[in-house]
Each structure stands twice: as structure tokens, then as C-alpha cells.
Write a protein that binds this ligand. Structure first.
Ligand SMILES: C[S@@+](CC[C@H](N)C(=O)[O-])C[C@H]1O[C@@H](n2cnc3c(N)ncnc32)[C@H](O)[C@@H]1O
Length: 232
């Protein structure tokens, strides 16, 4: 009998429960542990194909009357899965690396940005670990930039170097990130030396930041998720 931890357990469970992929269980675990998406949330799902996170995100919004929205972006065209999704979910076929922020903001409810930004984006894995980790870091950095904007990243860089945020806050242009204050951000990365720097970059920007390797991750995968809660 298959059980949690065996290679096909999550795949079979996904099929049984009508999820588009086993990855559904990664977001379900995050939801259970961190409660990132709440009824009425506005969610941006970067790298949404084939749609399992769209399904879990929509389920987490609760009944239709609670409102909320889920916007999925992927290089691949994604048909919104009929199961576990409703009219609050839409998808856009685009490259998140070049999609202008104002176009993404226009897709958010009342153009006010998003309360939750998820990035499960992953490059096509070549097997050359340095190359794969570098491409993954580029996608992760883009997710971070879309969420908090270049200005905040500059600030946190200063903090990492020990100068502190307050010293340059007077001449600060407005933050152009899409994540609302208090919002949550999830970024998938492939483990490498650079991954630690992501943690250092994010920790000063959020109330909490933690690493998670979900149970549904294949044992051969190097993926790890940075969970950032409560944008300051
Ligand atoms: C692991 S899959 C995501 C699985 C998805 N979260 C789900 O549960 O169904 C990673 C996705 O990232 C997408 N991706 C990679 N680079 C991207 C980019 N630059 N812009 C948008 N999507 C990208 C890939 O096309 C792929 O579909």
C-alpha cells in the first residue's frame, strides 16, 4: 500500500481529489502551517501551469460571496481547471521576467495590488546544478522585485551591508511593488549557496521569513520555498 513519502502517493492523491498536479499538496501544507490565503484574498500565482495552485488558492478564498481573486501567469497557456476553481480565477500567458508591473497591477482587484504573491516558477532543469540554480535565482529575484519593488530591495541591500534603512529613507521614491502592506510572499528556489542571500534580503522586509521543504517535494528535487509573512 502506498503511503506519504513514497514516490507516487501525492500523484495518486492529486488524481483522486481532482487536482491538476501533486504540487497542490505543497500549497495545501503551506496553507495549513501559515494560513497565507484567507477568504477574500487577492492572489498572484507566478508559474501557474498546470493549475494545481490555482485550485488550492481558489478553495482557500472560501465561498464565492466572500470575493477575492486569483491571477495566474505562465509561459504556457493554462486553461483554468474546472474543478476547485470558479469565476474568481483567471490566467494570462506571459513571461514574468518581462511582463510590466503596471500590466500586472491592472489585473489585481481595483488595481490595488495583491495580498498574496506565490512564485512556483522553475526553469527547465538541465541537470547542470550551477546553471539550474542560477536560472531559479533569476526567477526568484524577479518574483521578489515584482512583490516589493526595486527600491525596497535596494534598502535591504543596504541593511545587509550594515547601513540601515533609515539613513536613505528621506530621498526614497515610492515603492513600486505589487504586494500590499501586510501581504505574504512565497518564492521557490533551487538550493545553492545563493539561496541564503534570499533569506537575508527578505528578512528585513517582512515580519517573518522561514524556509520550507514541503512533504510533497520529490526526494531527488533541490527545491525549497521561502515563506515571507507580513510585508512591513
Ligand atoms: C513547477 S511548475 C508550477 C506548478 C504550479 N504551481 C501548479 O501547481 O500547477 C513551474 C512553472 O513555471 C513556469 N515558468 C518558468 N519560467 C517562467 C517565466 N519566466 N514566466 C512565467 N512562468 C514561468 C513554467 O512554465 C512552469 O509551468
Amino acid at each position: 500500500m502506498s503511503k506519504a513519502g513514497t514516490p507516487d502517493f501525492f500523484y495518486r492523491e492529486a488524481q483522486r481529489l481532482g487536482y491538476a498536479a501533486r504540487s497542490a499538496f505543497k500549497l495545501l501544507q503551506m496553507q495549513k502551517q501559515y494560513k497565507l490565503i484567507t477568504p477574500g484574498s487577492s492572489v498572484l500565482d507566478l508559474g501557474c501551469a498546470p493549475g494545481a495552485w490555482l485550485q488550492v488558492a481558489c478553495q482557500s478564498l472560501g465561498p464565492l460571496k466572500n470575493g477575492g481573486a486569483v491571477v495566474g501567469i505562465d509561459l504556457k497557456k493554462v486553461k483554468v481547471p474546472p474543478m476547485h476553481c470558479d469565476s474568481r480565477v483567471q490566467t494570462v500567458c506571459a513571461d514574468a521576467l518581462n511582463l510590466p508591473k503596471n500590466k500586472l497591477k491592472a489585473l489585481s482587484p481595483q488595481q490595488k495590488g495583491f495580498g498574496v504573491i506565490l512564485s512556483d516558477m522553475c526553469p527547465l532543469v538541465s541537470g547542470i546544478s550551477i546553471r539550474d540554480a542560477a536560472l531559479s535565482a533569476e526567477l526568484g529575484m524577479r518574483a521578489l522585485d515584482l512583490a516589493v519593488g526595486g527600491v525596497s530591495l535596494l534598502h535591504s541591500d543596504d541593511i545587509v551591508q550594515g547601513e540601515g534603512r533609515s539613513e536613505c529613507s528621506n530621498s526614497t521614491p515610492k515603492n513600486d511593488g505589487l504586494l500590499q502592506p501586510g501581504g505574504h510572499l512565497v518564492i521557490k528556489l533551487l538550493e545553492s549557496e545563493d539561496v541564503k542571500e534570499f533569506g537575508q534580503l527578505c528578512k528585513p522586509l517582512f515580519k517573518k521569513a522561514a524556509w520550507l521543504r514541503p512533504k510533497a517535494t520529490r526526494s531527488c528535487s533541490k527545491e525549497i520555498y521561502l515563506i515571507c509573512q507580513g510585508l512591513l
